[in-house]
Structure formats: structure tokens, C-alpha cells
Design a binder for this molecule. Structure first.
Ligand code: TYM
Length: 386
């Protein structure tokens, strides 16, 4: 038994990503693929060189098609069960980079239905409202409004349901149990749900009436959904969706990922500077017991959550990162200074993000799409006809 768990609904333990590659059957992003990406994009995002985006399915095919003049569209999503944290933002920053570099559309799914079904303490209304709240974080990251379509599942239910039915008919209960570990206590909505998460992988094909390649950026926890999508969609005449997958921004404490359900492990996009300071100052580090020992023995960045935050999000300049690492190992950089540096960087990012988040309230309509069904009007129109 592995001593870690990665499913769309549970991530815990020290994750061995090499093992996950084997278990999930995903492909590592190798130097050859990096070279190919760079040929097209001219520069390479540090998330790729640092292997934060570390695995994929059919990404090379996406690039081949793009080169042939057959562009793809992007699809990603968020399960709105609470505030957005920095871990969620990571794949979205990368998604925006891809949108900019390839000038492609993004379809962004807010799975309020999923969160309602899977989270026993979340009401339908709360999940739906979080969709709109979380959309502000997405918009704040600067996606192109002309090429970005954000939707709540509840709001686009009619369209999604029509295709989800066809998908659901091709998936057995035993496949769901084996893929997601759901058991007999699962509610029937949970069993059906993955069919809804598959639909945006064909939404452009549905609209255009012809097959369009789809690329899904996400952290590796979502792979089981799209493994199923890749199995089912060709049976319905569609392409398999491709994916590009990242590792998890870790918890600020020891082990595990940044998780919204364990408060002090996560920094939320709505945190104020004092909250950030408090959380980073109590983070797990690779430092020694006291400053004297640290100066003598040096620290251990490879186990340090503060260093991981520098590495994954806040010190993307390679030389600067190298300096932090070597000064730490040499005992020259103490944890206090390193934490302060990180606190400043996070607060700088959040200040700008929170301003943009506020402004996003005025431009929500430029991004959101929904079906407006007014049953009262439909009935009165019908009655006028008879
Ligand atoms: P959700 O809301 O759990 O997560 C949103 C996105 O963030 C990724 N993620 C992380 N990435 C890095 N570090 C972390 N600590 C971390 N925690 C979460 C997730 O992998 C995801 O990419 N069911 C989905 C919503 C969804 C979706 C999609 C996601 C619907 N369609 C298509 C990706 C692609 C969910 O609940 O995501």
C-alpha cells in the first residue's frame, strides 16, 4: 500500500510523483517535449523548467495539431466549496500563460454541483454562491475576456446534461468504484458526477459541429476524471482530451498539500497581510533548532515549506532562487529573513490580486455564460399559442 493518497477528493501523505506517473499511466514532460514547446512559444515558463508541470497526456499531439493549423482550446475548472487558495491559483497562472502564448479560448467550469454533492456540510445555495465569488479570482488573473468563458454547472445544466447522459451511459458503477474509490455509501449524484466534468472536454466540438482538440491543465488529482473521459469520448466519436498536469503546492505545515479544509496550511487569496505573516511565521522549515546551530550546520531547503513556496511561486528567477538555496545551506540565511522575504512577496502578489478581484465584480458579465430559463414566461408563451 502506498503511504499517500491522490484522488480528486482526497490528497494526503508524502506524494511520490514518480510512482503516480506509473500508477496513473501519465507521461513525464521530458527535455524533448520542452524543446518542442519552446520552438513554438519562444520562451519556457519556469513551471515547466522546474518540473512543476511535470506530466501530460497527448500534449505532443496538441502541439502537432497546432502546428498543422488545427488549434486547440483550453478547459480547466474549480470546485467552489470555499475561498480560493494559492494552490488553486498555480495551475490557473499557467493556463493563462498558455492562453497568451497560443492565443486560444479557455472554457472554465465551476463545479458547484460537484461540491454540493461531495461536501456534506455545504448547501446548494452556498456552493452556487461560491461559484460567483471564485470567478472573481479567475478574472483577477487577467484572462482574455474575448476568449474566456466561465460557467457554473448549475447555470449551464441543460447543455451539460444532454451530453452527460450519453457519457454516463458508457460508464458502469463498477468503473466508478474502481476509479474513484467510491463505495456503497456514495449518493447517486456522486456516482453520476464525473459525466458532467467530462462535457467541457467536448464543448467546442459540440458548438462547432466538428472535433476540436482540447487541452486540460490541472493538478494531478483530477487525472482520474479525465482518464475516464479519454476512455468514453472516442466511443461517442470525439477526440480524447489532452492534459498537462502539475504537482501540488504543499501545505505550509509538514507534509500534504495546501488544503482549504486545514486552515493554517493554506494562504487564501483573500487573506490580509497580518494573516499571511502569521501563517508563514509558523510554517514548517528545514531550519535548525536555533540561530547558532543554523549558522554552524546550515538549513535543509529540500524539506522546507518556505523554500518550496519560493521555488513554486514566488522566486521564479533562477539566480535569485539559487542564492536563497546556497545561503540557507551555508548557514548564512536564517529562517526569519527567508520567511520575511516570502511574506513580502506573497503580500505584494495579494495586494495586486485583491485590487483586481474587486474590479472583477464590475466585469463579471464579460466572462460568465449561463442559460436563462424562465419557466413562467415559457408557459405563458405556450398558453398564448393554444
Ligand atoms: P479544485 O477546486 O479542487 O481545484 C482547482 C484546481 O487547482 C488544482 N489544485 C492544486 N494545484 C496545486 N496545488 C494544490 N495544492 C492544489 N489543490 C488543487 C486542482 O487540480 C484544479 O486544477 N473537480 C475540480 C474542478 C474541475 C476541474 C476541471 C479542474 C472541473 N473541471 C478541469 C481542472 C480541470 C475541482 O474540484 O478542483
Amino acid at each position: 500500500m502506498p503511504d499517500f493518497i491522490v484522488t480528486p477528493w482526497e490528497v494526503s501523505g508524502e506524494i511520490d510523483y514518480e510512482q503516480l506517473i506509473k500508477e496513473f499511466g501519465i507521461e513525464p514532460i521530458d527535455e524533448k517535449l520542452l524543446f518542442y514547446i519552446k520552438e513554438i512559444t519562444k520562451e519556457i515558463h519556469p513551471f515547466l523548467t522546474r518540473k512543476i508541470f511535470f506530466a501530460h497526456r497527448d500534449f505532443k499531439w496538441i502541439l502537432d495539431e497546432y502546428r498543422k493549423g488545427n488549434p486547440f482550446y483550453l478547459y480547466t475548472g474549480r470546485g467552489p466549496s470555499g475561498n480560493v487558495h494559492l494552490g488553486h491559483v498555480m495551475p490557473w497562472i499557467f493556463t493563462k500563460w498558455i492562453q497568451d502564448k497560443f492565443n486560444v479560448e479557455l472554457w472554465f467550469q465551476l463545479t458547484d454541483d460537484e461540491k454540493f454533492l461531495f461536501n456534506q456540510s455545504l448547501s446548494y445555495e452556498e456552493a452556487y454562491n461560491y461559484s460567483y465569488d471564485n470567478a472573481l479570482d479567475i478574472i483577477a488573473l487577467g484572462f482574455d475576456p474575448k476568449k474566456t468563458f466561465i460557467f457554473s454547472d448549475i447555470d449551464l445544466a441543460g447543455t451539460l446534461y444532454r451530453s452527460a447522459l450519453k457519457i454516463a451511459k458508457k460508464i458502469t458503477y463498477s468503473t466508478i468504484k474502481a476509479t474513484f474509490g467510491l463505495d456503497n455509501s456514495a449518493n447517486v449524484g456522486q456516482i453520476f458526477y464525473t459525466s458532467i466534468q467530462t462535457v467541457p472536454a467536448i464543448i467546442k466540438s459540440l458548438i462547432e459541429g466538428k472535433n476540436i482538440p482540447c487541452l486540460i491543465p490541472h493538478a494531478v488529482d483530477q487525472d482520474p476524471h479525465f482518464r475516464l473521459s479519454r476512455d468514453v469520448l472516442p466511443k461517442l466519436g470525439y477526440f480524447k482530451p489532452a492534459s498537462i498536469q502539475c504537482i501540488f503546492l504543499p501545505s505550509l505545515q509538514q507534509g500534504g498539500k495546501m488544503s482549504a479544509s486545514i486552515e493554517n496550511t493554506a494562504i487564501f487569496t483573500t487573506d490580509n497581510p497580518e494573516e499571511v505573516k502569521k501563517k508563514v511565521n509558523t510554517a514548517f522549515t528545514g531550519g535548525q533548532a536555533n540561530a547558532k546551530l543554523q549558522r554552524e550546520l546550515g538549513g535543509n531547503p529540500s524539506i522546507c515549506s518556505v523554500f518550496k513556496y519560493h521555488f513554486m511561486l514566488f522566486t521564479l528567477d533562477d539566480n535569485e532562487l539559487k542564492t536563497i538555496e546556497s545561503r540557507c545551506i551555508a548557514g548564512d540565511l536564517l529562517c526569519g529573513e527567508c520567511k520575511n522575504n516570502l511574506i513580502q512577496k506573497i503580500n505584494k502578489f495579494l495586494k495586486v490580486h485583491q485590487e483586481k478581484r474587486e474590479k472583477a465584480k464590475d466585469i463579471l458579465d464579460q466572462y460568465l455564460i449561463k442559460e436563462k430559463i424562465d419557466l413562467k414566461k415559457i408557459i405563458s408563451d405556450k398558453l398564448k399559442k393554444v
